[in-house]
Design a protein around this ligand. Structure first.
Ligand code: GLC
Length: 556
């Protein structure tokens, strides 16, 4: 091959294609397309709007965008209710727009993964429509039916604030159908080989277009078996391995990211022997970052990471502070949940299901030092970090809106009334812009923060740049350090000859503490300030950290 063809295959450069382990040290950014940027003034963000913002995302330091579902959908669960896997909902744009988005993302050396919702469809999907109408339809067996609602009693309800049962009666079908989420999202029947094949076909379609992989939604629930809790079943793992084989065979540089909100030992099998998911979210770590900050105590972090099994070499955790859902408290004890609610959700209306529907900045009292400290943990603990859109500028939330909608308000680009998100009349926006005094666009917006050297945005951008220069901050061994003070989260990250010493002061007060050095080390560098530091001639390094301050040192 000659000329530019040699360098671009499906829009990806050869170096991108060859870098099959790219996800192990990548910075991810979660975009809710509807909220991001509205290019045609209809009040809804769209793919062309996202294209206009790619330079912003690149400049922040992002390697891979994860886009929430954009498929045809009645949008009863923000696109997690798909009515056609092969088309893009009009509000978001067209397949050509997606092609252009992919090309422009790849041109900038970034990647893009989409959401793949496999557990269920919308009740408006033609499969379900055909299934409910006619018992003899070949689509009847695409879903899970029963004459009564007593099967699978051992299964928990996930959306406890809106759903009373996992079974809903369908008058037209004359049977109950099974659903783990809203009643408008009937579960697919994975015991049916046709369903299994349908999903592989869907994957093939989008991967062939150049998508770099999928965040696979709600994977623990694919199969149902009597006498179990219908989660993490062996049949599920078997099918997921089949998905992976398919990806490896046809699209070896593409990834599968697992959404399994489970304890570490139950997530571990989703990595298989490196033959199931490339990545998995670390759900139990997330609330413990907030516990550590609230209790000024590293113990919750230490304990959960100690409880986290090793994963195969070709895998990686995906770690996060917030996402588009409530801050889930499913993976904590009853006592811990109560503590989190008392501490972070005392305000009426902030609890949802088993969680808290607040964004990062309001959770941390809009305290910039504390927010940066949370990011310091996120960028130096094991895993590839993911940033939820808007949290890089400390956006607020709106608990007046239904369910999780208050966490999904328009991105605040500037201080104009629609926050630079849309030219539509504000009454036509899909959701109102935040108008809380502390978080309205006049207070919190990208444009102002980019111009202010000490802004949250600039600090995060700087931390990301440093992290990207030192791969060892992301994938390396973690070794905890006991400083004798639990308010200090201190650890080594060790990769070959490289050693990084990370210290975070979780408390409200200035603390002085000592770190024992493995050998007499000579030189160190403070990575965030770029300054060399003198190491002591003894084996002890004495450090002093102001309230909520942190240091990342590279030790030679
Ligand atoms: C996942 C998504 C959530 C959605 C649910 C049902 O948990 O993160 O937003 O409602 O799946 O698809």
């Amino acid at each position: 091959m000659k000329g530019s063809f040699a360098f671009f295959m499906k829009g990806k450069s050869i170096s991108m294609k060859n870098d099959i382990n790219w996800y192990q040290n990548a910075i991810f950014y979660e975009v809710y397309v509807r909220a991001y940027a509205d290019s045609n003034g209809d009040g809804h963000g769209d793919l062309r709007g996202l294209i206009q913002k790619l330079d912003y995302i690149k400049d922040l330091g992002v390697d891979c965008i994860w886009m929430l579902p954009i498929y045809e959908s009645p949008l009863r669960d923000d696109g997690y209710d798909i009515s056609d896997y092969y088309t893009i909902a009009n509000v978001f744009g067209s397949v050509d727009d997606l092609r252009e988005l992919l090309k422009k993302t790849h041109d900038r050396g970034m990647r893009l993964i989409m959401d793949l919702v496999v557990n269920h469809t919308s009740d408006q999907h033609p499969w379900f429509q055909a299934a409910r109408k006619d018992r003899k339809s070949p689509y009847r067996d695409y879903y899970v039916w029963s004459d009564d609602d007593r099967k699978y009693q051992g299964t928990r309800i996930i959306f406890i604030d809106t759903e009373k049962s996992n079974w809903t009666w369908d008058g037209q079908a004359g049977q109950f159908y099974w659903h783990r989420f809203y009643a408008s999202q009937p579960d697919l029947n994975f015991d049916n080989p046709k369903v299994q094949q349908e999903i592989l076909d869907v994957m093939d379609y989008w991967l062939a277009m150049g998508v770099d992989g999928f965040r696979v939604d709600a994977v623990p629930y694919l199969f149902e078996r009597e006498g179990t809790n219908c989660e993490n079943l062996p049949e599920t793992h078997q099918y997921l391995k089949r998905m992976r084989q398919f990806v490896d065979h046809k699209y070896p540089d593409c990834i599968m990211l697992c959404e399994a909100n489970q304890w570490p030992e139950d997530v571990r099998p989703y990595f298989g022997e490196g033959d199931e998911f490339h990545m998995g979210f670390h759900f139990p770590l997330m609330p413990r970052i907030y516990m550590a900050l609230g209790k000024e105590d590293v113990t919750p972090l230490f304990q959960i990471l100690k409880r986290t099994p090793d994963i195969p070499n070709n895998c990686q955790w995906c770690i996060f502070l917030r996402n588009h859902d409530e801050l889930t408290l499913e993976m904590v004890t009853e006592e811990e949940r109560q503590w989190m609610w008392d501490f972070y959700a005392a305000q009426p209306g902030t609890r949802l299901n088993l969680g808290i529907r607040r964004r990062l900045a309001p959770l941390l009292g809009n305290n910039q030092k504390k927010i940066e400290l949370a990011y310091s943990l996120l960028f130096t603990l094991p895993g590839s970090p993911i940033i939820y859109y808007g949290d890089e500028i400390g956006m607020g939330d709106n608990i007046e809106l239904f369910d999780r909608n208050g966490l999904r308000t328009p991105m605040q680009w500037d201080n104009s009334p629609n926050a630079g998100f849309s030219h539509a009349d504000s009454s036509r926006l899909y959701a109102p812009v935040i108008n809380d005094e502390r978080f309205k666009p006049q207070q919190v917006n990208v444009e102002d923060q980019r111009q202010t050297p000490e802004s949250l945005y600039n600090h995060i951008k700087h931390m990301l740049a440093v992290r990207k220069q030192h791969a060892g901050l992301g994938s390396s061994l973690l070794e905890w350090i006991d400083t004798g003070n639990n308010a200090i989260a201190a650890y080594w990250r060790i990769r070959g000859e490289e050693r990084f010493l990370i210290c975070n002061n979780l408390s409200e007060t200035t603390l002085t503490f000592k770190i024992e050095m493995p050998t007499a080390l000579t030189k160190g560098m403070d990575l965030l300030s770029g300054k060399d530091i003198d190491m002591p001639s003894s084996h002890e390094l004495c450090l002093n950290l102001a309230s909520h301050a942190f240091v990342w040192l590279k030790i030679n």
